[in-house]
Design a protein around this ligand. Structure first.
Ligand code: F7E
Length: 327
């Protein structure tokens, strides 16, 4: 999106021994060629300061994080190191080395925990329920504190779940779209999930990056909620995804014994304790009135379109692999 707006784009990547670029490997080569990559880590304050004093970016999108909520329960300290320490490094580097930069910080709807009031907006209390959310709360307040104390342009985006065809495979939406595409291509391997009743507000990431950019074009820094205003369960996501391959799922049993069956009696969805979290954060539904008013932002992609985009993309990927195997 930034390249299409004519920006010079720099990105930070952690080096690894296989030299894989993670999800950035999914970007087309002509896009990758236009991005200057700097190898380094957000937990290294010297590195972040050096890069900011050298490049003096006009806008910084600070998305670097351990972003998987489930993992944060097993690895709380490394989540805190990256998500709190990393954010502090970025804020210090902006303050000391590039104070004219405008900063976007990826806060999250996870800050709301399991809200009693619905929908949620910028005034809804934060009651985090995972190490990930606790760390993001510290990041949120670091940004607010630096903004007020040092008069810096620092913005918190409180984004609800934003998904796409390049979502990591361990997140529930991609796990479902990949599983459905596999089954649609002849596999009998069921999709194994955790809490089917979790209620989330899922939107399309492409809509949200535009909102992030708009936050940095404002006259003053502020905090904004972005979401769709629609709530759906994991179960509904599963049903919508299977509909696309013309399978109607019926549910039988309860708890970890629940299964999703096709009309011809095949078990296509199972539940396992493994994918439940010690504490759930859900009951999410965004009230994005402030973003609509001030940013003129609203989501374009509806729930069913999001599911279709993800399932079609995974179906096409499997077809392409099949074709290349034939060649
Ligand atoms: O879980 C339930 C699970 O891991 C969604 C991140 O981008 O959005 C994301 O966090 C829901 C949860 O994403 C499975 O219990 C059921 O309620 O896809 P998820 P998330 O935790 O909502 C927020 C806004 C962020 O900030 C995060 O960085 O789905 N669920 N069964 C499952 N979840 C997973 N991963 N796998 C399952 O098998």
């Amino acid at each position: 999106m930034l390249l299409s707006k004519g920006y010079e784009v720099h990105g930070i990547l952690r080096r690894n021994s296989s030299m894989s670029k993670g999800t950035m490997d999914l970007l087309p080569e002509n896009i990758m060629k236009q991005i200057s990559i700097h190898y380094g880590d957000v937990t290294d304050g010297n590195f972040i300061s050096n890069i900011l004093s050298k490049e003096r970016p006009e806008e910084i999108y600070h998305l670097a994080a351990q972003s998987f909520v489930g993992y944060s329960f097993q690895n709380a300290l490394s989540t805190y190191d990256t998500n709190i320490g990393g954010t502090l490094n970025v804020c210090n580097a902006v303050k000391d080395s590039s104070p004219d930069s405008r900063l976007y910080f990826a806060a999250t709807s996870e800050l709301f925990g399991q809200p009693k009031e619905s929908p949620q907006n910028e005034l809804t209390p934060f009651v985090p329920r995972s190490p990930y959310a606790v760390a993001k709360l510290a990041g949120f307040w670091t940004v607010r504190t630096y903004r007020d104390a040092y008069r810096l342009f620092m913005t918190n985006g409180i984004l609800f779940n934003h998904e796409s065809e390049v979502r990591g495979p361990e997140f529930v939406t991609r796990k479902i779209s990949q599983g459905v595409a596999r089954i649609g291509n002849g596999s009998d391997e069921p999709i194994v999930l955790g809490n089917l009743g979790a209620v989330k507000d899922w939107g399309y990431a492409k809509d949200y990056v535009n909102g992030m950019w708009k936050m940095l074009q404002q006259d003053y820094p502020d905090d904004f909620v972005l979401g769709t205003g629609e709530a759906h369960t994991v179960r509904e996501f599963v049903e919508a995804a299977f509909t696309l391959i013309k399978i109607k799922i019926t549910w039988k049993g309860s708890g970890v014994n629940e299964v999703g069956l096709s009309e011809d009696g095949r078990t296509l969805v199972k539940v396992s304790r493994e994918f439940f979290r010690p504490l759930e954060s859900d009951n999410f539904r965004a009230d994005y009135t402030k973003a609509l008013k001030k940013l003129k932002w609203k989501p374009k992609t509806k729930f069913n379109d999001l599911v279709r985009i993800m399932v079609n993309s995974d179906m096409n990927k499997i077809k392409a692999i099949k074709l290349s195997n034939l060649a």
